[in-house]
Design a protein around this ligand. Structure first.
Ligand code: SF4
Length: 199
């Protein structure tokens, strides 16, 4: 008999065959399969969704972070799952392997979470507050610019440049943030300016 199969019918039959072989070999019979199917939809119940941007590269894919724990009730929120944002125009829900492994990045013990300072002569970094870090960065930038800003070159041409301090910007920003960062940096005359996406 000449039997015709549509592509959908073929895939359905192949899937059933697989369940009867590979899944069966792993002891994943009907009861286990039904149990897994029943609890899977509940994984994200009672989680809070937060939209964000993957910090790895300049593609800047949209992500949704799912966390448990209500901050308003004094609970500690913990991210339990991260996936691509299907509404995001850049990636439409997809993530590359680096983005798909973001949960490990968030929970990595080596991840830097606070400003750290290694004082002159010291052999170790110490945690400092954001307030102190920003004050220190601002002070050092101002002092360096005052000392090294070049208004005119040796030929008397106005150049207004500052090349003794540089800024490395992050790629996980919106266009607006990137535009503002660029304007602030360039308005100081700074020429040494690059982006983490090129590292
Ligand atoms: S998911 Fe991949 S491509 Fe998208 S921003 Fe992250 S690292 Fe870049």
């Amino acid at each position: 008999m000449n039997m015709e199969l549509s592509r959908r019918q073929f895939l359905g039959a192949a899937g059933a065959g697989l369940a009867g072989t590979a899944f069966g070999a792993f002891g994943f019979g009907e009861i286990e399969a039904a149990y897994a199917a029943a609890i899977r939809p509940f994984k994200l119940v009672n989680t809070a969704e937060t939209r964000n941007t993957c910090p790895y590269c300049s593609v800047a894919c949209g992500i949704i972070m799912y966390s448990k724990g209500d901050l308003k009730k004094g609970e500690k929120a913990e991210i339990i799952h991260i996936e691509g944002d299907t509404d995001h125009p850049t990636n439409r829900g997809t993530l590359c392997p680096k983005g798909a492994a973001l949960l490990n990045f968030v929970k990595a013990e080596t991840r830097l979470k606070y400003p750290m300072l290694r004082k002159p002569g010291s052999d170790k970094f110490e945690r400092i507050s954001w307030e102190d870090a920003l004050d220190r960065i601002t002070r050092l930038m101002k002092d360096d610019r005052d000392a090294n800003f070049v208004q005119k070159n040796s030929s008397g041409v106005t150049v207004n440049r500052w090349i003794t301090t540089g800024v490395l910007a992050a790629s996980a920003t919106t266009n607006e943030t990137a535009w503002e960062t660029y304007k602030v940096v360039r308005s100081t005359g700074m020429l040494v300016f690059d982006n983490q996406a090129r590292v």
